[in-house]
Write a protein that binds this ligand. Sequence first.
Ligand code: PRP
Ligand code: ADE
Length: 175
Amino acid sequence: MNKLELIKSSIKSIPDYPKAGIVFRDITSLVETPEAFHACINIITEEFKNKGITKVIGTESRGFIFGAPVALALGLPFVLVRKPGKLPRETLAQSYELEYGQDTLEIHTDSIVEGDNVLIIDDLLATGGTVDATVKLVRALKGDVKHAAFIINLPELGGEQRLKEMGVTPFCLVD
Ligand code: PRP
Ligand code: ADE
């Protein structure tokens, strides 16, 4: 089995969770498979090691799982984008729609500076609402974002196209 097949086969699909009609793609079984988890981090790190990235952002909460090891492997700062009320210093907030709800994300205003070239990492790209909000936060702080990496893409939900229209190239490991 090649690495991408290993990653794909370690992800479980749960119908009607958390609501009827949603097929939930569960990465807990992926991170419980060390070879598959390691492959995810290695593939993303290889892809971005020579792209002039200055900071890696992970979005709460599943983006933290994949974002932190990639940041460490690249030797770059890891910036947390969090759900509301979790960051203790001055924050900037952006609301967004999810596949199954609405939420807000926040970032510390001093985490991104002009000239930063940010890589956003999350486990899954669905409607693109989460990454859209994160891109807006980075750009409002005068940082640049050209790339976002995901383990899973759900192409039928349009996130890939939405990102491209924002000038961000998605890098996804499996559908
Ligand atoms: C999930 C997932 C992505 C987002 C993808 O996070 O981890 O962040 O939804 O959906 P989108 O492309 O439609 O925005 P969720 O908000 O469920 O939070 P969690 O990681 O804390 O479970
Ligand atoms: N986040 C948004 N849509 C999702 C899905 N179908 N599975 C897992 N996480 C998600």
